[in-house]
Design a protein around this ligand. Structure first.
Ligand code: ADP
Length: 158
């Protein structure tokens, strides 16, 4: 079975991420949304909160599985014998980081192939930090995240 692993922080998941997932579903038989914790980044939602929210959004969709990453992505891929990592690209500014990320993953596990999907132009500017900023300043995030996520953001930041 062709499985794609979409790894990221998803803090929280946005329409930009969802667009990448919809498109990845056409390329892979199964897409695993893999939520990663970074020790160097401060997260608003805990790993479990992020997992629950994403599971709720994909309830009933058998092609999608949500998992939490403990440790290194390269190790997770090796352990499960998965080969394809999915990442999204927005502006050129993403390129440098994504290039480093895919190169280091390949250094750690030579079987990993990273598949990049370009963002829809309308989500070009969209990232999780921006959404958090907008909601904390009492702005509307209706066009940026699903209703459920906006509600959870308001509970945390409102
Ligand atoms: P990370 O902290 O690992 O970069 P993110 O949750 O910020 O995690 O992003 C996960 C992946 O999704 C990254 O490859 C990122 O470039 C991509 N991504 C995030 N927002 C968008 C968007 N609006 N359009 C396309 N790709 C996106």
């Amino acid at each position: 079975m062709k499985i794609g692993v979409y790894a990221g922080s998803f803090d929280p998941i946005t329409f930009g991420h969802l667009d990448i997932i919809n498109r990845a579903e056409k390329l892979f038989e199964k897409v695993i949304i893999l939520i990663a914790e970074s020790k160097t980044k401060k997260h608003l939602f805990s790993l479990n909160e992020r997992k629950e929210m994403i599971e709720e959004l994909f309830k009933g969709n058998k092609k999608i599985k949500v998992e939490v990453l403990n440790g290194l992505l390269a190790e997770y891929m090796k352990k499960n014998d998965f080969k394809f990592v999915i990442r999204g690209l927005r502006a050129i500014s993403d390129f440098d980081y994504e290039f480093q990320y895919s190169t280091i993953n390949r250094e750690l596990n030579e079987n990993i192939e990273t598949v990049f999907l370009m963002t829809e132009p309308k989500y070009f500017y969209l990232n999780s930090s921006l959404v958090k900023e907008i909601v904390s300043l009492k702005g509307k995030a209706k066009e940026l995240v699903p209703e459920l996520i906006e509600k959870k953001l308001k509970e945390k930041l409102g």
